[in-house]
Design a protein around this ligand. Sequence first.
Ligand code: HEM
Length: 382
Amino acid sequence: MTRRTLALAAALAVAGAVPAAAQEPSGSATLSISGAGAKGLGAPESVALPVLRGSLSSSATIQHEGKLRLKAGRRSVTLTRLRTTIGARSTVTAILRDRRRTIFTITGGRRSTDAAKGTVTVRGARLTLTKAAGQQLRKALRLRRTPRGRFGTVSLTATLPKGSGAPTGGAGTSPSAPGSSGGGTPTSVAPTAPVPQLDRPAGAVDVAASSVQWHVRESFIRYINTGEGTSVADGASALPPTVRPGSDASLHYDFAYAPAGGWFDPATGQGKLQFKGRLRFLYSDHGIDLSAHDPEVQLGGDPLSTFRFTGGLDTNPGDRRADLIRLDVAKARAVTTSPDGRTRTYEQVPGRLTKNGSGLLGNGIYAEGDEFGWMTISVTTP
Ligand code: HEM
């Protein structure tokens, strides 16, 4: 089975509706390029974009193969991972300058959708460059003016798996998935809520040593490992792989980051511990390339772990710090203190996704408060 058929089979399995013969996505979109918006962008007259996958419910979302290369003088820019949505608002989105953006709106033309057959056709609809995409093209190609207006027309024929409202990476139009983007905005939602800060109490001391082990949610690790998987850098390390219930595969579920200081107040149990390193989750076929760097663990108050995030493809939050996991210290497997009283260990503290966490990683599948593995944290005072 190809990865594509695997993903499709999985999507159907999740939807709980596996027809006897799963329908392979097929078809193609043709962009015929002519119009003021395309002037001076060196676009080909016509671009064929075969259908890679898609879903059809109240609207159709189609992920295409192929690229659109634009150029001006010696500069060029390539739009990749093009995705068409045909529905109440119809658009073409693509990765342009590291981020998914709405490139064109689709208006007019003749359209028909046959939900029973799983077919979508569009004939001669207008493609108009969005203002935001025009501005990005101007920057990328160092144009003197912002291209705008009519870019050409699009015709499309697609046969899609019927009624698959399953997660399709924002390509999905499942109405039950809050936060699913319908293809217009990045699938991974950039963090918005500020990180709650903990003030250092008077009795706090700089830590002498610390450690953190992160056991990432097992289903997420298995999912990412159907792509390229996880990798570590800059001081993070992968602990030995293990076999866990639900899969025979021996996978890296556990990671450690290198200590980088912090403070702790033994009297109140409050503390803030910094760590260094990078853990990358990569599944390029699904548009996932997210790295969690340099965690900071807050103990006491509202125990949280925050990370600096960077990413690419459909998961590009920019370079910023956000909280990911709320730590439920009361449910730790154990909290122990060493005989000399200097080292406190919080063993297997269950983690739940924060709002930012579900936006960054959940793709409308994990909600705020869903479990996301556990952390074992130790802190030693002088
Ligand atoms: C082309 C894009 C994508 C496709 C076709 C896709 C497809 C799927 C499918 C079929 C599943 C369920 C079955 C499985 O475990 O393999 C799934 C699960 C999931 N996807 Fe995606 N996905 C895409 C993009 C994304 C993106 C951008 C994210 C954001 C991080 C994401 C996050 C998730 C999560 C969190 C799960 C649940 C994993 C679990 O705990 O089982 N996906 N996806």
